[in-house]
Design a protein around this ligand. Sequence first.
Ligand code: S5P
Length: 264
Amino acid sequence: MQPDEVWGERWSSATLPIAKRYMTVATEKQSLVCLAADRRTMGGLFELINEVGPFIAALKTHVDLIEDWSPSEWADFCALAHHHNLLIFEDRKFADIGKISRSQMTGIYNISAWSDIVTAHLISGPDVVDGLQTAWKEVNREGGVLLLAQMSSRGNLLNENYTNTVVRLGAVHEGVLGFIGNGSKPDELVELRQKVGQQKMIWTPGVNREVGDGEMGQRYGDPYDAVIAGSDCIIVGSGIHGAEHPKTAAQSYAQISWNALLSR
Ligand code: S5P
């Protein structure tokens, strides 16, 4: 199957190269899964990617969680991710003014050198996106920003008004790959998709085959329902890395998400 057949308007109207890269990888691997690789050691990360790499399309990192992080081991880790044809997504949730966000893409972790995707809150205004895109351009790389339009955690402050503004500003910004939506609430996702339209992506955390409340205010919805409601990528963390058999779990999430996309 070719990506344009599977993704329809999302493919034909995508403007960012990284959007097409994601859709191509997801089609090749028949998986709409982004693994939230929330492990605290480099060894743990390597082990996880070696096990589930073939069944996921993207890899979401929190680089500042890793206790024994080093630039050389990280370079090896990124090489392993590329070997598995994975997009690398640093979930940094940038939120500062444009020029500081741009600088925060460098520094000790040098995020602009290896990330394909990063997250940002739009609380400081649209210049945060320009700052992040400038950082990628400065190292001759291309990337895309996912703006937090909704969150999966209970009691979050991203009310409907805020979501609407983020979508209105983000939908017309060429540096924006798409939005983070709340995977735990399919009804809210349907509404979000209506607001976003067909061009931009919606990626959803808060997804688990075991629907309900998670740890410390996290909430989970069903992976199939999320894709049917309009999600283009399910972000799954503990559903995979916390499973007894991460490989089997990853295969299962891949199959569910792919079947849902075909049905959609
Ligand atoms: O609203 C959000 C946004 C994000 S990016 N809720 C989230 O849970 N996330 C991230 O998704 C969070 O930082 C974590 O890495 C992942 C969810 O992990 P899980 O173990 O709950 O599936």
